[in-house]
Write a protein that binds this ligand. Structure first.
Ligand SMILES: [Mg+2]
Length: 173
């Protein structure tokens, strides 16, 4: 059970994910969280660096879908200028959000990467769905809302348990 909180891969930022390598391994679709994964929770728009990263994914023929627990206004404001499809108010880690995402992407769990900054929602939900899960460091913890701060506390507890069992991943400082 606790193993479902272990990401397939841990990196600092989305830019550190070896996307070409993953593409060669057969992954063709990306579900990504928004807040504190792509940009800070209070940043309305993509940065130029993120834009070119998304362009690269597009030219590698990755399908990309944003799945966020945040509300429609927040997610649409970010995703619409990029022309990216999204699911808002997703209620991750519930599986319904991930199933819906896979049906939009037209991909199987084995072909799909889940990128996110939270163990309790992105990693746990993605792992339960059988996706390849990538955990990134949060872009900016200072801007997190109440629900996320609670999740961070739970995350600390889970991480301590994982460490105790010798299952925690290396953290680069
Ligand atoms: Mg997030």
């Amino acid at each position: 059970m606790i193993r479902k909180f272990i990401p397939s891969l841990k990196v600092q930022t989305v830019f550190d994910i070896p996307m070409e390598e993953l593409f060669r391994q057969g992954y063709k679709a990306v579900i990504t969280d928004l807040d504190n994964t792509l940009v800070g929770a209070k940043d309305p728009l993509a940065t130029p660096k993120l834009l070119s990263w998304l362009k690269e994914l597009e030219s590698a023929e990755f399908k990309v879908l944003i799945v966020s627990n945040n509300n429609e206004t927040r997610v649409a404001t970010f995703a619409n200028p990029l022309g990216l499809p999204f699911i808002h108010s997703a209620r991750k880690p519930r599986l319904s959000a991930f199933r819906h995402a896979l049906s939009i992407l037209g991909s199987s769990p084995k072909e799909t990467i889940m990128i996110g900054d939270q163990l309790m929602t992105d990693v746990f939900g993605g792992n339960r769905m059988g996706l390849y899960t990538v955990l990134v460091d949060p872009v900016s913890m200072a801007d997190e809302g109440f629900g996320t701060r609670i999740n961070r506390r739970l995350e600390k507890f889970v991480r301590a348990r994982l460490r105790k069992k010798g299952l925690h991943w290396e953290e680069k400082q």
